[in-house]
Design a protein around this ligand. Structure first.
Ligand code: P6P
Length: 336
């Protein structure tokens, strides 16, 4: 006979300690006696930048920062005011951290070299400062995506240094500026979720070691592009319709992936007519999200079935077609 379900503690009884992101990272650091604290400082800086960006994102009309700069970024997309603002916040907060050698941003064509060779800097940080920013005018959830890599001072070029396969990531995560501000991170020991308590100004732990269900009948894809999908993905959609799947697509990767992590399902951005190599960027979108999904028990593959985190990147802004989410749901796509 199955064990009886654990009784819910009566309301008002503390069943878990109150843990801030800062204390959680220090707790993690204590696992490594030789840790220098440099990594913790980087995560602390990212959380500071996230709080600043969260405040600006939540007042875009009041602060009159909607609209674009009249500049086209390296992606060939119009750079919005908030893209530039979020990028500047992160560069100014992380730029002061002596443990960082190279910074790479979706908004900047080339990486920013802070320190090279003997000047030190054990880590590189790549980020998409405000993914999904085209949704800001309709107050839809947008996000910051980041990945932390080791720096190899013997590699002369900054691009070569950061073009590392996803399985070499030291940490990865995102901040979702949604109905709440959520900070999700993995350092390779599970996925942990924090929620910003604006009154206190701290990200507080709300879920330790998040695990996604192996199955969930939800797929997330922009079906308007389906005519340009490879046949396999069009077969999958027909199968999913017949199986009674639900479709959920926000068009903001951080929001779509957060729902997939929390509820399960599968997120796809296959090759399309406009983006034959996929739209999402390997180094600072696909790899960090794949690290999180794998740590939460899911899988992440490219359109031809290779493990996303095994790909060897060649360029900073390289794109990749992507299928990631619940293990059995990714399998269903790749078997279609
Ligand atoms: P589409 C936002 O522009 C973004 O880079 C991701 O956040 C999102 O998943 C994707 O593009 C949406 O692309 O072609 O469906 O509008």
């Amino acid at each position: 006979m199955a064990d009886p379900a654990p009784k819910q503690a009566p309301r008002g009884v503390v069943t878990d300690n109150l843990v801030s992101l800062q204390s959680f990272i220090l707790e993690e650091e204590a696992r490594y006696p030789r840790a220098t604290g440099e990594f913790s400082w980087i995560v602390s800086a990212i959380s500071l930048a996230a709080k600043i960006i969260a405040h600006k994102v939540r007042h875009v009309r009041l602060q009159n920062v909607l609209g674009d700069d009249g500049v086209t970024n390296v992606q060939g997309e119009e750079q919005l005011h908030m893209d530039a603002i979020a990028n500047e916040v992160i560069m100014r907060v992380l730029g002061g951290r002596s443990s960082i050698a190279v910074l790479g941003s979706e908004e900047d064509e080339e990486p920013t070299i802070l320190r090279r060779g003997h000047e030190g800097g054990r880590y590189c940080v790549l980020f998409d400062p405000l993914d999904g920013s085209s949704n800001l005018d309709t107050a839809v959830g947008v996000g910051t995506i980041f990945t932390i890599l080791r720096n190899d001072p013997h590699i002369p070029g900054a691009v070569e240094t950061v073009c590392q396969p996803g399985h070499q990531q030291v940490a990865a995560g995102y901040v979702l500026y949604g109905s709440s501000t959520v900070f999700v991170i993995t350092t390779g020991h599970g996925v942990h979720m924090f929620e910003l308590d604006a009154a206190v100004g701290s990200f507080m732990l709300v879920k330790r070691d998040l695990q996604m269900p192996a199955r969930k009948k939800i797929y997330s894809v922009n079906e308007a592009n389906a005519d340009g999908f490879p046949e396999q993905f069009r077969r999958y959609l027909k199968w999913a319709h017949a199986e009674g799947y639900t479709s959920r697509y926000i068009g903001s990767m951080v929001a779509d992936i957060h729902r997939t992590l929390v509820n399960g399902g599968v997120f796809l951005y296959p090759p399309t007519k406009k983006h034959p190599d996929g739209k999402l960027r390997l180094l600072y979108e696909a790899n960090p999200m794949s690290f999180l999904v794998e740590q939460a028990g899911g899988t992440s593959v490219t359109a031809d079935g290779r493990r996303t985190m095994d790909l060897q990147p060649g360029k900073l802004h390289e794109r990749v077609p992507l299928v990631l989410g619940s293990r059995d749901e990714v399998d269903a796509v790749m078997r279609a």
